[in-house]
Design a protein around this ligand. Structure first.
Ligand code: HEM
Length: 137
């Protein structure tokens, strides 16, 4: 919600995305619940990873970048290794929404949160599918 004293502006482009993503990762990497699931970044390198995540959000929010990663495959592997469903995914969403809210307010800031929720739900559904498939066979 915005009020007359609210100095936050809307999230408008790549610089705002990069700022949000960087703050989010600082928090996620220091978070006791999430940090173990991000251990691969010690190998991949945070500075290599952040622009990929920036492309992802720029593509989703403004369609001005071409994210060509493997979003579902990457998280399927992480889920197998760390069990992301439930507490970790809820914590991820909480930190993301909190970070967006701290910096920005407006329609695109709202979309950054609703899209994140939708992507998190899609991931959980894709993991259910794998588990159900395994259970049947
Ligand atoms: C518990 C929740 C989550 C955890 C622990 C997590 C962790 C990670 C980690 C460790 C990577 C790097 C994997 C690698 O390079 O091998 C990654 C990649 C990524 N994550 Fe997540 N993630 C979570 C949820 C999400 C959600 C909900 C979104 C989007 C709304 C998201 C967006 C991305 C993107 C765009 C990448 C880059 C994938 C690529 O390399 O193409 N993550 N995540």
């Amino acid at each position: 919600m915005t009020s007359p004293a609210d100095r936050r502006s809307d999230l408008t482009g790549r610089a705002d995305i990069d700022r949000t993503v960087r703050t989010f990762y600082e928090r996620a990497l220091a978070d006791p619940v999430l940090a173990p699931a991000f251990e691969i970044l010690a190998v991949v390198g945070l500075e290599q990873h952040l622009p990929v995540v920036g492309d992802f959000w720029e593509q989703i929010l403004f369609r001005t970048a071409r994210y060509q990663g493997e979003f579902t495959l990457v998280h399927r592997a992480l889920n197998r290794q760390h069990g992301l469903a439930g507490e970790k995914l809820a914590r991820w969403l909480h930190l993301w929404c909190e970070t967006v809210d701290e910096h920005f307010a407006g329609p695109d800031a709202e979309r950054a949160k609703t899209k994140a929720r939708a992507m998190a739900e899609a991931l959980e559904r894709s993991w259910d599918g794998v588990e159900n498939h395994r259970a049947r066979n």
